[in-house]
Ligand binder design. Structure first.
Ligand code: FAD
Length: 225
């Protein structure tokens, strides 16, 4: 989420590089594929939440959880006792997705309606992160740059109860759609409104806690600007 999300550059044959693996090769509407690192980083950095899909003995699950990126890894954290963390720590295969919707695309025909979006899929196994304090500082920075120097750091008890995990971005794909409807030529004369209804996440005015008497730091004052 950003105040004014900018759609990542649409992929073209000239800009999109190759899929890292066969399972990340986008076949459906391949012109929307984008394997550039900059696009992947931008899609992940604009997210506060990812969805982690995995299979266990009860079936297939897809769990939303907070995320942040550092370099060529996407990070998550959770309680040591949580199912997600316990399974991922065993080396379970996972697929992580992030999606941003930029608009509803209204075409002249029902079947050509679409959405503008930026999405990413990352495949692989998570690994435990040893330096949990540093990783969680990076999480704080992702939420609000500078906050990691202000908030009380995790105690040894809090850190001991928490697992930080990361997945490599080596096997990932992005798909990006932007622009207006792709109507059939025969439909262009139809007297139906066509175009895009843009969508964005909005930053609203901060709401101080009732017991907070501390002046708002820059990242709070600038939140909704
Ligand atoms: C907001 C939104 C709305 C959508 N609505 C629809 C819809 O209504 N109907 C529909 O059929 N599709 C929709 N899509 C597209 C959908 O995500 C798939 O791309 C599409 O269904 C084709 O899937 P596939 O497995 O057949 O594609 P394939 O091209 O066969 O997929 C091959 C590989 O490409 C990668 N890939 C596929 N899709 C994505 C993606 N979106 N982002 C990143 N990597 C990807 C994966 O690694 C996958 O294994 C939507 C996408 C978004 C983000």
């Amino acid at each position: 989420m950003t105040a004014t999300p900018k759609p990542a550059t649409a992929a073209t044959a000239a800009t999109a590089s190759k899929a890292p693996t066969d399972r990340t090769r986008i076949r459906r509407i391949a012109e929307n594929a984008d394997y550039q690192r900059d696009t992947l980083h931008a899609v992940l950095d604009a997210a506060y939440v990812c969805h982690v899909a995995f299979v266990d003995d009860k079936g297939t699950h897809c769990i939303p959880t907070a995320c942040w990126r550092e370099g060529e890894h996407l990070y998550i954290h959770g309680s040591n006792g949580g199912r997600l963390i316990k399974l991922l720590a065993k080396g379970t295969q996972a697929c992580v997705t992030v999606t941003h919707i930029d608009g509803l695309v209204l075409a002249r025909s029902a079947f050509h309606h679409s959405m503008n979006y930026r999405s990413a899929m990352v495949y692989g196994q998570f690994e435990k992160v040893d330096d949990k304090a540093a990783a969680l500082d990076a999480f704080m920075r992702h939420l609000a740059p500078g906050r990691e120097q202000q908030a009380r750091p995790g105690s040894s008890k809090e850190l001991a109860a928490t697992t930080v995990m990361r997945i490599s971005l080596a096997e990932a794909a992005c798909k990006v759609r932007s622009g207006g409807p792709n109507d059939d030529t025969d439909d262009l004369h139809l007297p139906v409104w066509a175009g895009v209804l843009p969508l964005a996440s909005l930053r609203l005015a901060p709401v101080p806690d009732a017991l907070c008497s501390v002046p708002a730091p820059d990242y709070v004052q600038n939140w909704a600007n």
